[in-house]
Design a protein around this ligand. Sequence first.
Ligand code: SF4
Length: 468
Amino acid sequence: MTSFATQFQEKARQITSDRGFRAFIQKGLAGYYKKRDENKASFQSWQGARDLAAGIKYEAINHLDRYLMEFSEKMEARGTKVFWAPSAKEARDYILQIAQENGIRSIIKSKTMTSEEIHLNDALEKEGYSVFESDLGEYIVQLRKETPFHLVFPAMHLSREQISTLFHTELGSPLTDDPEELTMIARRAMRRKYCEADMGISGANFAIAETGMISITENEGNARLTTSLPRIHVALVGIEKVLPRLEDLALFLPMLATAGAGQAMTCYNTLYNGPRQPGEIDGPEQMHVILLDNRRTELLADAEQRDALGCIRCGACLNVCPIFKNIGGYSYGTTYQGPIGSVITPHLRGLQEWKHLSAASSLCGACTEACPVKIDLHHHLLQNRRNAVRVKATPSEKIVFLGFAWLMSHPPIYRFATKLGRIFQPLHPLIGGTILDPLLAWTRTRTLPKLAPSSFHEQWTKTRSPQK
Ligand code: SF4
């Protein structure tokens, strides 16, 4: 078992034993389902919209080379510098280089999971730069020195009381459980940071090839300030974010808002097409777009699973996942949590080290059904399991699979074993603390179903016997 797997199991065990926390997370998501379903109903056909969106994303992914070149050329034509970053390190180094060359002191960031993926804050802070998150949820988790709990709702695991105490301790504000007042406290603290920042870093929800623009959706207006007030804007964009045409946003903006947050539309939807042009009175002096690969092209090369690159990071699959709802975001130990995280993390960070995530699924398919771009998530989890065993099965896996294959191909012995199972099942609780204790790992947090008094085969034989 790898250390990541051990950490995952320990954290998951800890969270699942905390019924109060699980109830808190599930209550938080309850309002989302209602609003999502209401907004889905406002689509003429939600299923039709999913088909269309899946087709567009698949087209973009299958012609990524062409669309990325088109996007890059159009952005550069209006003065944006486009940097192709093969890895996380090259992306971080490029941003550090911009900061050094331009005498940057203070940096403000809007929400970008891609920056979490490359551990950007740590790298910048290590070099002495101050970095401030401007998204409210991200700001809260940054104050707590935590990472986002959820792709879309980074601080959903915290109560108002916890946030109020945090602000009281970190910002010296009075205690309050009024959400509006809490927001105003954060807003006052952040406003100063916008004015002091020399560089603003954002992500992008979509990169439009046809027009050379990035599209950012948000609810707080913080991304607009982050990208327009500082003199330099850096957008960190995963190469999979490309959409072929501007008109595609007519589908993707309401779809992302509906699936992601249960909203008809997010409050602010902004297109950015370059730095300040001659005669314009605002906007950044420099704009840089970093197109990040970081092993995405390896996933692209996998014809079976490349559709996972179509993910628009809406978080819907997390919200419906029975595993996520019970183990929470931190158990995963990854940037991308939930079903999509379990699918892509083995590709981005190593199959053997992260294969355990694909096993942490009931394969119920709720994620696949919720996904607006129709990624076959639960099927991909199965493929990851298969690939992990094909590439390198552990000795215990080899023994289990060989034993299972042998047992299933010897029916008389299988039938005898099930009879033994019925006899010895009542002894199951007594093996705790003995040499067989590891066998209890699965049933420690689950009830072992009682074996039926007779097998289907026995019942079938008995039922059919008189007719013979
Ligand atoms: S896999 Fe689908 S449901 Fe999950 S975050 Fe991505 S787009 Fe949303």
